[in-house]
Design a protein around this ligand. Sequence first.
Ligand code: MYA
Ligand code: JJ1
Length: 401
Amino acid sequence: DHKFWNTQPVLQHGEDVTEEGPIDPAVPRDQVQQEPYPLPKEFEWCEVDIQDDKQIIELYQLLTMNYVEDDDAQFRFDYSAPFLKWALQPPGWRKSWHVGVRVSSNKKLVAFISGIPAAVRSHKTLHHLTEINYLCVHKKLRSKRLAPVLIKEITRRSHLEGVFQAAYTGGIVLPTPIATCRYYHRSLNPKKLVECNFSRVPRNSTISAMVKKFKVAEQPSTPGLREMKPEDATQVRELLNKYLSKFDVAPVFETDDDVRHWLAPTPEVVWSYVVEDTKTHKITDFFSFYTLPSSVIGNDKHKSLNAAYMFYYAIDIPEKEAADSYDTARYTKQRLTELMRDALVLAKQADFDVFNALNLMDNSMFIDDLKFGPGDGYLNYYLYNWKCRDIKPHKVGLVML
Ligand code: MYA
Ligand code: JJ1
């Protein structure tokens, strides 16, 4: 049983969804609790100012040492400082949603939770909600019920801004996922992955056979493929919103600024490419991936695994193919497989060791052909204060960082 989650406006385990909608009503600002939730006496609240180099480094260090690990504690996510700046400062970001906890006596940062504003559609409803991420409590302060205080405080700060729904993901199962996706991995540097115990040499195989199996082309092959430019934002926005409209939960990119922030290339953080039709100069395809290394825990040879994660993509379905759903599916599979083959080439050129993807959107169409294998991790998707029917992985169009 869940002492905390039982008290929250979320679907409780086993409850059926008859009608979609909020669980608790919205509350006017002046009726929202004005005082921060009390913390145990040795701690105090702070806002982490991530424009201040000193504070972004404190946040980076907290997460690098204490954030998410795999089930066997072999790897830990190592989000870089530039990545965190990008992830936490999209258009409309609020400093009051970058919530830290410090030890009062020495001001050491020991816990964190963040919210960013986002437009996310579930089925037919568009929500202007908070995306919650980077919840972290220092390893030495675990199991003291600090996490519920952080969650209640970010909820209160969200209510103060008139936002009553949230989206979040997690490796663990809580009441109640709207969707559960699985991680898949495509080796680019099999030798290093084996040395890190990220993957194993199958009994009937050898390292050199694996090196051969996972070789990719030297250069991408799609004609008209190039890096995305900020000037492409309008076309990419239109293409992507149209593609995302077929999923049951997906973001809506409401402005070109959103697209430039999230999807134009940012060095060391996000990599984005478009296909520009050689004749019409129209953008017909788009894909992106982001950089998220993991620290390799307790390995003498390797300190870090350099992973690329599939981010958003879209293809234009020509009218001829859109005529019937069979042709659409066949076209989508072919086009996406060729595009993602190029994504692997570009990721290899950029020296990534592995390319990761979830089985969401249309990823299942290329996962096998492009030699991705299933990982041992799952990602659960949640909505706060919204009843929502369950969603199959291939109907999920939302990627959280
Ligand atoms: S997911 C990433 C979460 N971070 C990590 O996994 C990093 C490593 N782990 C830690 O830092 C700690 O173990 C954390 C828990 C901080 C996770 N999401 O303080 P406790 C519940 C939600 O004694 P600790 C991400 O960032 C747990 O079920 N709840 O535990 C999205 C129990 O409640 P109950 C979680 O281990 C976060 C209670 O906390 C999670 O010291 C979305 C125990 O508290 C989790 N990942 O600390 C947050 N893990 O008794 C929700 C444990 O009921 C946002 N718990 O089972 C909700 C929307 C808010 C905004 C609403 C706006 C309207
Ligand atoms: O990376 C993950 N698993 C790896 C390493 C497993 C190490 C032992 N536990 C894995 N490797 C096998 C790869 C192999 C490559 C060749 C083909 C066959 C497969 O499976 C997993 C994902 O699978 N990662 C995690 O568990 C990290 C946590 C995931 C939950 C994230 C929560 C994020 C919350 C943010 O909001």
